[in-house]
Design a protein around this ligand. Structure first.
Ligand code: ADP
Length: 488
């Protein structure tokens, strides 16, 4: 092993990981550590930023040791849970409060106020985002209003998302955020170079506390030599869903990926065209290189793999998630059974948080297999509806690239191809988020001249081609649509 490696730090929601990649894209080692989740009140979700840093550093050290020392590593790439907000002291480098996690709903009232005051159109047009507690700006304001240490910090206050926090700790004081993460704060205009003064004033966030916005790849700085046994260049940064889109090589306009995990995140590149939706899809920065931005349209499905967990843990219909494949195949069709998986409301394109799930079409002939099959079929139905919304917004799909835990299910992959009437592709290694960060770091370190060239790091894909008759597809869609109509 003579070539130098890329170290990726993936600071996720439930765990932090570090991975080593060879320049050809092969993943050679992985370390993982779980992260404590704090739920101090209903709807509140917090992390300890010091723990995020400690776990990340620990995983990074294990990988550096495995690589054979800091000089064996060409560059570091960072990817992270998006929107989560950290407040820390510029003087001490210590957190001033717990981090507020993206799932946290505590700022719902503030968001409602902004909506009532009529700010939604401006915010959506400028940032591509709807008003929702999900995004960082109201979380930042909440910290300033409710955390005495944050309020008292004055010019000492540093605010940032998780990649920004890690960059500060790794370099000993560099305060930067990349454009993909910055575009999730609601303080960056999609086509604006820096923080938007109007939006900072509207949300009450002082721009002086915010990081400098930088590209997603470049020579940002180096690690303090004491941390990892040498000064390793920091060369790639991206929010997790953007990193996964890059890791799936979805760079050209229309290229789209679906990460099928607990929920499902679907991002389609719009190239250098500003995304704009009339179907409540989000517009976001995919990446910025040499100051030039690529954009993406984004839609989220709240319930994907968690439906399979529900079948297993609550209904006891399956013993393991992977069994769902064979059970769905054991019947020739769904027997007229349809399932609406609105276990925690319905996301895009419906945005009906109050919706609940239902099962229709049960008869004496219905079996466990029909219900399991209906559950798996609901994935393709939801993705089909999102595909229609993307197409209506001028971003039709040509093929869908899938990753995430549920993408391992061949039956689901084939059913999606059948229902979308499009090829569905799955890479040999579905760890696309970290791969995207490795690609960005490789570009930032000069190992590849462009992001397009770095797609050489993407592994071969299995292709699922549509094989369903139009008649079967129409029958399925009719059954699904009548269930959706009855339930909403
Ligand atoms: P996350 O990153 O959101 O934690 P993962 O990408 O690890 O999620 O995917 C885990 C989810 O995938 C679980 O909800 C699980 O039920 C589902 N899953 C895993 N394997 C399969 C399978 N073979 N068939 C269907 N669902 C699966």
């Amino acid at each position: 092993m003579n070539e130098r490696l890329i170290l990726v730090l993936d600071a996720g929601t439930t765990s932090t990981r570090a991975m080593l990649y060879a320049p050809d894209g092969a993943r050679v080692a992985t370390a993982q550590a779980d992260l404590t989740q704090y739920y101090p009140r209903p709807g509140w979700v917090e992390h300890d930023a010091a723990e995020i840093w400690d776990r990340t550093l620990d995983c990074a050290r294990r990988m550096v040791t495995q690589a054979g020392g800091a000089d064996r590593i060409a560059a570091i790439g960072i990817t992270n849970q998006r929107e989560t907000v950290v407040a820390w002291s510029r003087r001490t480098g210590a957190p001033l409060s717990r981090a507020i996690v993206w799932q946290d709903r505590r700022t719902a009232d503030h968001c409602e106020q902004l909506r009532e005051q009529g700010h939604e159109a401006l915010i959506q047009q400028r940032t591509g985002l709807i008003i929702d507690p999900y995004f960082s700006a109201t979380k930042m304001r909440w910290l300033i209003d409710h955390q005495p240490q944050v309020a008292a910090a004055g010019p000492d206050l540093a605010l940032g998302t998780v990649e920004s926090w890690l960059m500060w700790k790794l370099t000993g004081g560099l305060h930067v955020s990349d454009a993909s993460n910055a575009s999730r704060t609601q303080l960056l205009a999609l086509d604006g170079a820096g923080w938007d003064a109007d939006l900072c004033a509207l949300f009450g966030v002082p721009a002086s506390a915010l990081p400098e916005i930088v590209d997603n790849a470049g020579a940002f700085g180096a690690t303090l030599p004491t941390l990892l046994g040498g000064a390793i260049p920091l060369c790639g940064l991206a929010g997790d869903q953007q990193a996964a889109t890059i890791g799936q090589a979805c760079l050209a306009p229309g290229a789209v990926k679906a990460t099928l995990g607990t929920g499902a995140f679907i991002l389609a590149s719009t190239g250098d065209m500003l995304p704009s939706s009339t179907h409540r899809l989000l517009g976001t920065v995919l990446c910025q290189l040499g100051g030039r931005r690529l954009y993406a349209m984004e839609g989220s499905i709240f319930v994907a793999g968690s439906l399979i967990q529900w079948l297993r843990d609550r209904l006891g219909l399956i013993a393991a998630a992977a069994d769902s494949d064979a059970i769905a195949r054991s019947v020739p069709d769904n027997g007229g059974v349809y399932l609406l998986p609105a276990l925690s409301g319905l996301g895009a394109p419906y945005w009906r948080p109050e919706a609940t799930g239902s099962i229709s079409g049960l008869t004496h002939g219905s079996t466990r297999a029909h219900i399991v099959r209906a559950a798996l079929e609901s994935m393709a139905h939801q993705v089909h509806d999102l595909a229609a919304a993307f197409a209506a917004d001028g971003a039709p799909w040509q093929a869908l690239r899938i990753d995430g835990g549920m993408s391992a299910n061949d039956w689901v992959a084939q059913d999606m191809a059948d229902m979308l009437a499009l090829p569905v592709e799955r890479p040999a290694d579905v760890e696309t988020t970290a791969r995207g960060a490795a690609m960005l770091a490789s570009v930032g370190a000069g190992l590849y001249p462009t992001l397009e060239a770095a797609t050489a790091m993407v592994p071969a894909r299995t292709r699922f081609t549509p094989a369903m008759t139009d008649e079967d597809r129409s029958r399925r869609l009719a059954g699904w649509r009548s269930l959706v109509a009855a339930s909403l």
